[in-house]
Ligand binder design. Structure first.
Ligand SMILES: [Zn+2]
Ligand SMILES: [Zn+2]
Ligand SMILES: [Zn+2]
Ligand SMILES: [Zn+2]
Ligand SMILES: [Zn+2]
Ligand SMILES: [Zn+2]
Ligand SMILES: [Zn+2]
Length: 1756
């Protein structure tokens, strides 16, 4: 209680003090005192506890009002020396702001980076700067900010081009180097200095204060009460639910309050959950601690004295105030920086800034946020102090990181997160490396945190506890820092930079040493491994380091001296690791084909082998870089190559590749999935650049320095294949090895892999430094090979290509040179297709192909070649030349060992395979031979330049084996194989080889004979000259031939291209041909006579027309639709709808009390019925549905899984098309009617009807009175005698069979249940009303759809809608038979009373509040209940026509009352034809005015009125035409089957109406006048006309989804400024836009949950119930994803209508390409909505993807 009192008293107590307080005087006093700090502290000690923390609620509003007046104002007075508003304005005026934008990003705000000009991806612009920058026209990337970070506009180091936007463009005149302090007076500087140092010190003291019950010296309050707070702190260990649950227990609060507490704790980092005396708070604390200490460490709770909390609150305000003050002037900002960084009394690292940083991890989130913000707006905005701050940051780096690793808050709440702001600035990064040795510091700190090592000093992640794993994740942020430091390569090197970089490089090598050989594996034989070993941590590390390793190499490559030094260091580190690699291994000698080599015995399949070899791979990278340098070309002897031992270099990479081969061969199956995963990542695009690719390079480097025969023998030995090829009779393998089939098979795979490796070693030359290529050749080749598989979308290509540290693949620069872009249609993506001429680069054995890729690409390429009528052979492509250091690699192709291997395989292939060779093996051998030939051709072509033609592959393969074996030559073998029947598939390749050999031989003979035989006799000089001449001639000739060949190829390609397109063109023509698609079924059967659909003269079906036979989809039996037959039903889906609503603000009706008899013209809630059109027997359907129910019950018991449909609510999927359904509509035949010729006219009929009504009404009243025991007075209920032939007591016989009756009830009840959202009750009087309403609403919505789709009224509906509408209307006319007749009669009486005012009927709405089409339908459909009593020979058709006429007149009145436009434009004169209508309508309007007087504006343009009536009534007439068409079966006239003129006349004719509708009035004037008077005198009419609420105007326009902006970033921006409506100004995490009404919602969040029908639901679900009657269409702005919701349990995601330039959506906004609205796709979504297909779409999506079913959609 005490708490409450203080809360109330406090303001009044303060009021008097506040009145007496003068900020000016206080400031004046302060100017005089000698000890200012003491004075200010006294002031704070006195006032802070009086303003802050007086009640249980922290931060009530009065604090924010009082603090500026009592606390901040005196400070400002002191600082300015005058009225603050004046002083600060002056400061602002004199300020020369820096060019930095510095806009700090909010969570979710869009940020832009230029992919062409940004120094690195962390350089971003705010939206405003971006729109004013040059980058708008560049290739940019758009992302949403995670909060924090600021706009880099104006930072010249952040942008290669265009660093300023228009707004921040500097004036050339102003000298940016000028000291901002120069503008300030010395006194001002001194005062500012004083204030800032006191306040900053105060804030730092308070925020870092750890005592709960005491205050720092000088701040102790004068009076101290027993008031405490129980403060709960945030941690990242406990879940929301745990905290909420605990709080409810501990402080006795409601769940709502607990949620609010938890939300605040999560956001601000702390929240007081209880206020009161010490005991009271202590008690809550102990409950919380006890309740949360079970599983983990308990929640942190402190009981703090209110004055401590008060000062902490003000400390935060003070920091915010400092941030605001320095915005006025750069000079103030500089002073604050100076104060902050000034060294404190404790010496180094003791400034206030240091103190804050070093206490960072001890502070709560809110405090950290505030001071980080201040740092950002002060230290980081001042170029001079940014540098000083960076130095302090670097000095404290190790401590800060250690604190961060121990802390449990996310990195965005840690001061370490500021690293990006400094380290990415190239000049700062360079300075920190050279002066603070930052690189080494980061790497060493990182190493320090990973202390677990095994015996060999490798990292060991195997036995990590959860806590260590958590720590490991946090440590990884250090790698991010290292990346920032390295991200921009130096353009100039100083000696100091070289020294420090190499020092850092050495530290890095130490790190790699710990990884070299980590996580080794040993092949498991016998038993399967018991536990999958840990492998992910090591790969995580490798993946994180991938870009670092690449960047290290790039740095090295930019300076030759650094490169050579780094190479030496790396080599020595590697040697250190593997110095003893021969230790313990047995030396052996291998010999083959007359060569021998010494090596060691080592079997990958038996000993330890590791995939992690970062040191070897780094060396491989550096080796390739060295090879590119000048030195390598000119003085290779200067390089440290002599220190290399090639066998040592290749050993470990080779083992790793053999491991992969053996895994492929199935030898490591027992080692489980961890190994399979490792191999997968080794080749994966994320890792391969610094793993697989480098291993290959290393083998190339090693092999290039070895005798190729030696290299191949070692390779064979490591592949454990040496024994196969080394034996003398290896060519007879099939004779020897049949013993173990598995082993043979394994060896076959190993041979294939080994041959593939040889192909790659010789053939992979697209790495700069290995082959003579530019860096873009490499990426171009990657793209070509991806597109050889199939055409791909941009994003697919991006995924297949390695990204660099800037997330760029470099693809955009080259893609157009190799591919053509094809735009997408309404679905699908844009695709890149390979240019035909690029296919010549295709290499079947491209090293990045998986086996699956390879076979797909092979198939695709062969197919294309066949289509072009070419030979389908895929020979090896022509390759670029090797760089000199690698040049000797080609000799592998012609070395004896390889030829021996090739010969052996060819020999095996002489016999059909019995398992001793494989097709792939042979294919690889042929490919290798092909490579040799291509290489030789290239050598011959270029031999002119460097007469070095010792590459003579043809010679080698023509040579037979030596004695004693005398084996045939490879060429001879091929010639034999050419005709072997079992080698059909390889024939084209063998033929190609033989042809090429022949070509080469011819060329060689030419060149050999070209210099003629006169080599003797002539002088040396002359010979040389002749030779030169001949050579030039030959070259010219060669060149000419080549050109011709290319030209021929090009024209060939062109021809193919045209042919291909022709085909395409023809195809699309065929699709468009109307004769193939359209049918003639819609033409009406009788066409001469006028067709009427209503009235006594209406069209009547003959007997054969009426007969209708259908087939049941379940039992396939045929069945005729008969009144007395078995019931046939259509699967149907009934749903509530607001699609046509004109008033989304109308609250949903109370389902129990709502009277739906009259639909309001705003159509706010309707019931829509749709169907897939599939027909079943009712009993077949019932059996099916029971089976579904039973299955569902079993499934729910067993699995507790949801389905896409809700059986309990009667939902099921159509058994044929799986369309979501929730009921069935019975099919009914057309009713038989006859017509007697004499029918009463309107007035006669009305007389008869009114007599009938009177009689009925009195009969009903009597019955009711009898029920109520005759208490009611019988006044006015005189007995009315019924007219002739009207039998009140007659009960008509129900004509329908029992199954049809049952189905009538089923569908009626379903419509009632869904439409009103009530429990089913077939007795409810509202059942028939809901059925009529659904019929009317569905017809209206289809009429709208046809208008929107610009389709004719008849003939364009799909069958299913046609069937649905016809059964729905016929059902409507029959549904009264299963209801209480009296009820339906009563409905009819009430409906009619709305048209023919009847004083005995109460609560009749005025005609402005009635939707006339609904009224018409209800009248027509309820009339049979009355009509059935009549036997006087009246026709039902006559009644229908009269209803139509009456309602039409009423509608005209309604339109004239509500829809005449305000502004009457120019009078239009029209021809005589319309003249009459105009006059009539004018007269009519004036009649109305006489009834209503001033309520109606004066309009005298008849033309206008007539236009207004015509336009307003058209939808009604169209809907009526549909209605009567389906009800009575009359075919529609041909004019209504087309769009265009004549519709009006055709409609009126078809509906039996005069085309001048006013005649309906004037022809029956005596009758109509009183009706008109009755309508107008309804009090509702005048009220409606005078009310401020706008009337519904006719025609009602179709609703459409909201307009979306063309540029997606506009939406992001809109969403970023959206705040949660419930938690007071907080950013919403998932802002979601309702596409129906445009409301922005705070989705998927606790704060905006609300209760709906007893369930907690998220903002979206809650919104759908009001806005969409349960159905919703949203755009999740942060995700760029459309969300469909239906009910509380159903939902799915849908592709957004925004596409990037590559024709792709970006769900999740991961790629960041600019997105633009695609109107077609948006229209498609709108169409789904308008045709009520959203729920169906969700059903299909959920059936297709079961994971969607499990999502808690209601929480969105
Ligand atoms: Zn900006
Ligand atoms: Zn700017
Ligand atoms: Zn740019
Ligand atoms: Zn059936
Ligand atoms: Zn179906
Ligand atoms: Zn909405
Ligand atoms: Zn919210």
């Amino acid at each position: 209680m005490a708490a409450v009192e203080t809360d109330r008293d406090a303001p009044s107590a303060l009021c008097s003090e506040f009145l007496n307080f003068s900020a000016k005087d206080t400031a004046a006093k302060w100017l005089q005192v000698s000890n200012l700090p003491k004075e200010v502290y006294q002031h704070l000690a006195c006032y802070v506890p009086k303003i802050y923390c007086l009640g249980p609620n922290l931060n009530p509003q009065n604090e924010d009002l009082l603090a500026p007046l009592l606390l901040q104002s005196p400070l400002e007075w002191y600082l300015c020396g005058e009225e603050p508003s004046v002083g600060l304005a002056k400061l602002e005026q004199n300020n020369q702001p820096s060019q930095l934008c510095g806009h700090v990003f909010k969570v979710g705000e869009p940020t832009y980076s230029c992919r062409e000009c940004a120094a690195d991806p962390t350089c971003v612009l705010c939206m405003q700067c971006f729109l004013g920058s040059v980058h708008k026209e560049h290739r940019y990337r758009m992302t949403t900010s995670g909060g924090g970070g600021f706009c880099d506009c104006g930072d010249t180091e952040a942008w290669k081009k265009g660093p300023y936007c228009q707004k921040h463009e500097p004036n050339i005149s102003d000298s940016s180097q000028k000291d901002p302090l120069a503008n300030l007076s010395d006194e001002m500087i001194a005062r500012t200095y004083n204030v800032f140092s006191i306040i900053l010190k105060y804030a730092v003291d308070m925020l870092t204060w750890e005592k709960e019950d005491e205050l720092p010296e000088g701040l102790e309050p004068p009076a101290r009460g027993d008031t405490y707070y129980c403060m709960l702190f945030n941690d990242e260990v406990h879940t929301y639910e745990q905290v909420i649950y605990t709080l409810q227990k501990a402080v006795n609060c409601t769940q709502k309050e607990a949620v609010s507490f938890a939300t605040t704790v999560d956001r601000d980092g702390r929240k007081s959950v209880r206020f009161g005396d010490f005991q009271f708070c202590e008690q809550a604390k102990s409950v919380i601690v006890r309740n949360t200490s079970r599983q983990t460490k308990p929640l942190r709770v402190q009981v703090m004295h209110s004055s401590v909390v008060a000062h902490q609150c003000f400390a935060l305000k003070a920091l915010t105030w400092l941030g605001q003050i320095i915005r006025y002037s750069d000079a103030l900002r500089r002073i604050l920086c100076q104060v902050g960084l000034q060294r404190g009394p404790e010496g180094e690292n003791s400034s206030l800034v240091d103190t804050l940083m070093l206490c960072d991890s001890k502070m709560w989130k809110g405090a950290r946020n505030v001071y980080h913000q201040l740092f950002m707006s002060s230290l980081l905005m001042d170029t001079k102090y940014k540098k000083l701050f960076a130095i302090q940051f670097a000095k404290n780096y190790e401590r800060l990181q250690s604190d961060y690793v121990k802390d449990d808050h996310d990195r965005e709440f840690s001061v370490t997160d500021l690293s990006v702001q400094m380290f990415t600035v190239p000049s700062l990064a360079r300075m920190l490396i050279t002066e603070e040795n930052l690189m080494t510091t980061i790497i060493r700190t990182f190493m320090d945190h990973l202390r677990h090592r095994d015996l060999h000093g490798h990292f060991q992640f195997e036995r990590y506890t959860a806590q260590q794993a958590f720590k490991f994740r946090r440590v990884q942020s250090l790698i991010g820092d290292l990346k920032y430091v390295l991200i921009s390569r130096p353009t100039e090197w100083t000696d100091q930079l070289r020294e420090k970089y190499l020092e850092g490089f050495s530290a890095f090598l130490e790190l790699l040493k710990c990884m070299q050989g980590m996580d080794p594996v040993v092949r498991q034989v016998g038993q399967h491994i018991e536990m999958e070993p840990e492998w992910e941590a090591a790969f995580t590390l490798q993946m994180k380091l991938t870009h670092i390793i690449s960047m290290m190499q790039e740095w090295c490559s930019s300076d030759e001296r650094v490169l050579i030094e780094a190479y030496k260091k790396c080599l020595s580190a590697l040697t250190h690791c593997h110095s003893g690699f021969t230790d313990g291994e047995q030396p052996i000698t291998l010999s083959m084909c007359g060569h021998s080599v010494d090596t060691i015995r080592y079997c990958v399949s038996q000993e330890k082998v590791s995939i992690h070899l970062p040191l070897s791979r780094l060396l491989a990278g550096l080796h390739a870089l060295l090879s590119k340098t000048e030195v390598a070309y000119r003085f290779p002897e200067l390089l440290p190559l002599s220190e290399l031992s090639p066998p040592m270099l290749i050993e470990h990479p080779l083992r790793c590749l053999v491991l992969c081969a053996q895994v492929h061969a199935g030898m490591w199956r027992r080692n489980g999935f961890s190994l399979v995963n490792q191999i997968y990542y080794y080749h994966n695009v994320k890792c391969r650049v610094e793993m697989f690719d480098k291993d290959l390079s290393m083998l190339q480097a090693g092999a290039s320095m070895m005798d190729p025969n030696h290299f191949l023998m070692i390779m064979l030995s490591r592949f454990e294949l040496y024994h196969i090829f080394s034996s003398a009779d290896c060519r007879k393998r099939y004779n020897r090895e049949n013993a173990n089939k598995d082993v043979v098979q394994q060896n076959n795979t190993l041979i294939e892999e080994m041959l593939h490796l040889v192909i790659m070693i010789v053939g992979e030359r697209y790495t700069a430094g290995v082959g003579q290529v530019e860096c873009f050749d490499e990426i171009r080749r990657e793209i070509v090979h991806q597109l050889c598989i199939r055409p791909m979308a941009h994003s697919e290509l991006v995924k297949a290509l390695p990204e660099n540290e800037n997330k760029e693949t470099g693809m955009e620069r080259v893609i157009d040179s190799v591919a053509l872009f094809k735009k997408p249609g309404v679905t699908g993506k844009g695709l890149y297709k390979l240019r035909p001429e690029s296919a010549k680069m295709f290499n079947l054995y491209f090293h990045h192909y998986s086996r699956a890729d390879q076979s797909k690409a092979e198939e695709a390429q062969r197919k294309i070649k066949r289509q072009n009528g070419e030979d389908s052979v895929l020979p090896p492509p022509v390759l670029p030349r090797f760089c000199p250091l690698f040049a000797s690699l080609v000799n592998i192709l012609q070395c004896d060992v390889l030829l021996g291997i090739l010969g052996a395989v060819l020999q095996w292939a002489m016999e059909p395979s019995g398992g001793h060779w494989s097709e792939s093996m042979l294919q690889r051998v042929l490919h290798l031979i092909g490579m040799g030939l291509v290489e030789e051709q290239q050598h011959l072509l270029s031999s002119a330049e460097d007469n070095d033609t010792n590459f003579n592959f043809t010679l080698k393969i023509s040579r037979p084996g030596e004695a004693p074996a005398n084996t045939p030559s490879i060429l001879a073998l091929l010639e034999t194989l050419q005709n072997a029947p079992h080698l059909e598939v390889h024939k084209d390749m063998i033929r190609w080889i033989l042809k090429t050999v022949a070509n080469i031989k011819t060329t060689r003979e030419c060149t050999a004979s070209a210099p003629p035989s006169d080599s003797s006799g002539h002088s040396q000089e002359e010979t040389v000259r002749d030779k030169d001449k001949a050579e030039r001639k030959r070259k010219a000739e060669m060149a000419r031939l080549r050109r011709e060949k290319i030209m021929a190829q090009m024209s060939e390609m062109q021809r193919h291209f045209i042919n291909e397109n022709k085909e395409l063109f023809q195809q699309s023509l065929e699709e468009l041909d109307p004769s193939t698609s359209s049918t003639l079924e819609h033409s009406p059967s009788s066409c001469d006579s006028t067709l009427f659909c209503v009235g006594p003269r209406r069209w009547r079906a003959g007997g054969s027309d009426r007969r209708q036979v259908v087939t049941c989809i379940l039992c396939q039996e045929e069945q005729e639709i008969r009144i007395d037959g078995k019931a046939m039903v259509l699967a149907a889906f009934v749903q509530r709808s607001t699609v046509m609503s004109k008033n989304r603000k109308r609250p949903p009706h109370n389902p129990d009390k709502y009277d739906p008899l009259f639909m309001h013209p705003d159509l706010s809630f309707g019931t829509h019925t749709g169907s897939c059109g599939h027909i079943m027997h009712s009993h077949c359907w019932q059996r099916y549905f029971e089976a579904v129910q039973a299955k569902e019950q079993r499934r729910q018991q067993r699995l507790r899984v949801h389905t896409s449909y809700d059986v309990e609510n009667g939902e099921f999927l159509c058994p044929l098309c799986e369309c979501l359904s929730n009921t069935v509509i019975p099919l009914l035949p057309l009713t038989k009617t006859s017509c007697s010729s004499e029918q009463p006219d309107l007035s006669q009929w009305l007389n008869i009807t009114s007599l009938q009504m009177k009689a009925l009404l009195s009969a009903h009243r009597k019955a009711k009175a009898a029920d109520a025991d005759g208490v009611d007075d019988m006044d006015g209920v005189n007995d009315c005698p019924p007219p002739d032939g009207f039998k009140l007591d007659y009960t008509p016989k129900n004509p329908y069979s029992s199954t049809i009756k049952e189905m009538l009830t089923t569908f009626g009840t379903a419509t009632y249940k869904v439409g009103l959202k009530v429990h089913p009750n077939e007795q409810d009087p509202r059942v028939p009303i809901m059925c009529w309403g659904s019929c009317a609403y569905t017809i209206q919505s289809i009429e709208r759809l046809l208008v929107d789709e610009e389709k004719p009224l008849f003939g364009s509906l799909p069958c299913r809608q046609d069937d649905c509408l016809s059964s729905l209307t016929r059902f409507g006319s029959a549904c009264w038979t299963v209801s209480s007749h009296a009820t339906v009669q009563n409905h009819f009486i009430r409906l009619l009373a709305a048209l023919v005012p009847d004083p005995r009927v109460e609560n009749t709405p005025c005609i402005l509040d009635i939707d006339m089409f609904h009224l018409l339908v209800s009248l027509v459909l309820s009339h049979p209940a009355v009509f059935s009593l009549d036997s006087s020979g009246l026709s039902a058709d006559t009644a229908q026509l009269h209803f139509l006429h009456l309602v039409t007149v009423a509608h005209i009145v309604q339109i004239l009352l509500s829809s005449v436009p305000e502004e009457v434009q120019m009078e239009q004169e029209s021809g005589g034809a319309e003249r009459e209508e105009e006059e009539k309508v004018c007269m009519f309007y004036n009649t109305l005015r006489t009834h209503l007087g001033s309520g109606l504006r004066e309009v005298d343009s008849g033309w206008h009125l007539w236009c207004c009536v015509k336009a307003g009534i058209l939808p009604y007439l169209r809907a009526a035409a549909l209605f009567f068409h389906y009800l009575n079966g009359a075919p529609a006239p041909p004019e209504l089957h087309t769009l265009g003129v004549g519709e009006w006349e055709a409609l009126c004719g078809y509906l039996c109406l005069p085309s001048n509708l006013l005649q309906l009035f004037y022809n029956n004037r005596e009758l109509m006048e009183p009706l008109l008077h009755g309508w107008c005198s309804h009090p509702g009419v005048l009220q409606g006309l005078q009310s401020s609420v706008a009337l519904i105007r006719f025609p009602r326009e179709s609703n459409h989804l909201i307009e979306l902006p063309g540029d997606y970033s506009a939406l992001i921006n809109q969403a970023s400024s959206f705040t949660c409506p419930k938690s007071g100004g907080d950013k919403s995490r998932a802002p979601t836009l309702c596409l129906v009404c445009g409301a922005m919602l705070c989705s998927q969040s606790y704060c905006c949950q609300s209760e709906l029908e007893g369930v907690d639901v998220g903002a979206c679900t809650a919104h759908t119930f009001a806005c969409g009657a349960g159905v919703g269409i949203f755009l999740r702005v942060r995700e760029s994803q459309v969300l469909f919701l239906a009910g509380k349990t159903k939902g799915c995601f849908y592709a957004p209508p925004y596409l990037d330039d590559y024709g792709e959506t970006d769900q999740g906004l991961r790629r960041g390409n600019p997105l633009h609205l695609c109107q077609e796709r948006y229209r498609k979504i709108q169409k789904l909505w308008r045709q009520h297909s959203i729920t169906e779409e969700i059903g299909h999506a959920q059936e297709a993807n079961q994971t969607l079913v499990g999502i808690d959609w209601q929480h969105l």
